[in-house]
Design a protein around this ligand. Structure first.
Ligand SMILES: [Zn+2]
Length: 487
């Protein structure tokens, strides 16, 4: 599935972060930017939109699909779709004025440089970022005050005065990533430097929300630093308010009840994001697709969804729902799907479809279940034949997606990982047979390296995104009272 709204999903690309177009303060905003940096947007929860730098196409009206059951209700024409709140609108002076934006954007450039390239003196930071030394000095002072950076021991240069490198303070500001899935939940804590401080998955059933909250509470108990936010990844289409679940065929989720419940329990801002996009983002920045310009990620759980990453950024589609591939008509046309139709791709290659075909029970998580299936397939020709059939159907859908997207790498996550070559080999054969021309290069099929934590890790990164994209002030976000969503 695709998730993401263009707005929030435009996270900085760690492979490219920092060192973008230098943003030199102009006019009086430069030296006085420190005060502006502390100013908060007129409406805190709109800060991301108001403060964000202009993006091509960002203000395009987005038309969420109807919330009706099983997605079968007639879809409104795009023109009737609600227009997302205006972006990048700055009228007149005030906390969301251009100076504040510029300040946040420059702060983000410094944070990204420290994150990607490590500690540096103020002079080095100025050199790296193209910002004026005075601007860097003011930003670093603010970040020190917020507890986000520390000065390391001075390095003695061959000549001149010793410089004091500035570094991101480990564990100082945290992003909490959660995943709510059909049969398991996960939680990940990352810090602003991208270090994974905690990561855990747990089996869950109908009590999944409470299991998830208990897991989150455990991780918070051991990592109590200030939260910049929490993001929960769900196998669902989520509206572009980042809180309303529009369609979740495999979970009893609808509306904004989940985000309200989690926000009340966690005491911080909570956003809801599609799981495949979270996992794709994590694999592109921390895992198997790192450094790949055109990558496609495929989830492998009960549902099948995709995340498309181009140049380190998620491809969203017009309504933010790009990647909703699980219900493409591929595979056994008679297989019943959780969406109510027959013949969907995930009805042939989703975890439940595989288990039904091999006659095995579901275990704690998709990964442990698939490990058992792989072990069975090693000895049981019937089970092996079933898994090969899954691989062929996987390849069939990938052939379609490759024809559309031409990815260099396809990363297969979730339950596909333990099955490995059992599914990859038949998928490769089908892909080779289906690519229309010999000049087309078959995408490289890779297994995800982040395991079940991929979606939660991507969600955790999303929780940091506003600060790293220069769309929110770190000090404001760290002040939980202001941005907590009160359900
Ligand atoms: Zn379906």
């Amino acid at each position: 599935m695709g998730l993401g709204r263009g707005q929030h999903a435009q996270l900085p690309d760690p492979a490219r972060e920092g060192e973008g177009v230098p943003r030199r303060p102009r006019g009086p905003g430069g030296a006085r930017g420190r005060q502006a940096a502390r100013a908060r947007p007129a409406h805190p929860r709109r800060g991301r939109g108001l403060a964000g730098p202009p993006r091509v196409g960002a203000a395009r009206p987005r038309g969420p699909r109807p919330a009706g059951r099983r997605g079968r209700a007639p879809r409104p024409a795009r023109a009737r779709a609600p227009v997302r709140r205006p972006l990048s609108v700055t009228t007149g002076p005030g906390p969301s004025s251009g100076t504040g934006q510029l300040r946040r954007a420059n702060t983000a450039v410094v944070l990204q440089s420290l994150r990607r390239r490590g500690p540096a003196s103020r002079a080095e930071l100025a050199q790296r970022t193209g910002l004026a030394k005075a601007t860097v000095g003011a930003i670093v002072a603010d970040l020190e005050e917020a507890g986000a950076v520390v000065e390391e021991a001075p390095a003695q240069p061959a000549r001149g005065r010793p410089s004091r490198p500035v570094a991101l303070r480990p564990g100082a500001h945290l992003g909490l990533g959660l995943e709510l899935n059909v049969d398991y939940v996960s939680a990940v804590v990352v810090d602003l430097a991208g270090a994974v401080l905690a990561s855990e998955s747990r089996a869950a059933g109908e009590d999944r929300v409470e299991v998830l909250l208990a897991l989150a509470a455990e991780l918070r108990a051991t990592h109590p630093g200030p939260l910049l936010g929490a993001t929960v990844a769900v196998p669902a289409l989520v509206r572009d308010d980042d809180r309303t679940v529009a369609w979740a065929p495999n979970l009893p989720l609808h509306g904004d009840g989940l985000v309200a419940h989690l926000a009340a329990a966690l005491g911080c801002e909570v956003r809801v994001v599609n799981d495949a996009n979270c996992a794709a983002y994590a694999e592109a920045h921390h895992g198997a697709a790192r450094g790949v310009d055109h990558a496609l990620y495929l989830t492998g759980t009960v549902g099948i969804g995709a995340g498309i990453v181009v140049g380190g950024q998620l491809v969203q589609g017009a309504a933010g729902f790009a990647g909703e591939v699980g219900h493409m008509p591929v595979g056994d046309p008679t297989a019943p799907c959780g969406c109510g139709r027959r013949g969907c791709w995930e009805a042939s290659i989703g975890l439940h479809a595989v288990l039904e075909a091999v006659g095995m029970p579901e275990l704690d998580t998709p990964v442990t279940t698939a490990e058992a299936v792989a072990a069975r397939a090693a000895d049981d020709p019937a089970a092996r034949a079933t898994v090969e059939r899954v691989g062929r159907d996987l390849g069939l859908g990938l052939a379609i997606l490759s024809g559309v997207l031409d990815p260099a790498v396809v990363v297969l996550g979730g339950y596909f990982v333990p099955l490995g070559d059992l599914v990859l080999e038949p998928a490769r054969r089908v892909l080779d047979a289906r690519l229309a021309s010999e000049v087309q290069v078959r995408p490289e099929l890779r297994l995800g390296t982040l395991g079940l934590r991929a979606a939660a890790l991507g969600a955790a990164e999303q929780s940091l995104a506003r600060v790293l994209a220069g769309e929110a002030d770190l000090a404001d976000l760290g002040d939980l009272g202001d941005l907590a969503v009160r359900g």
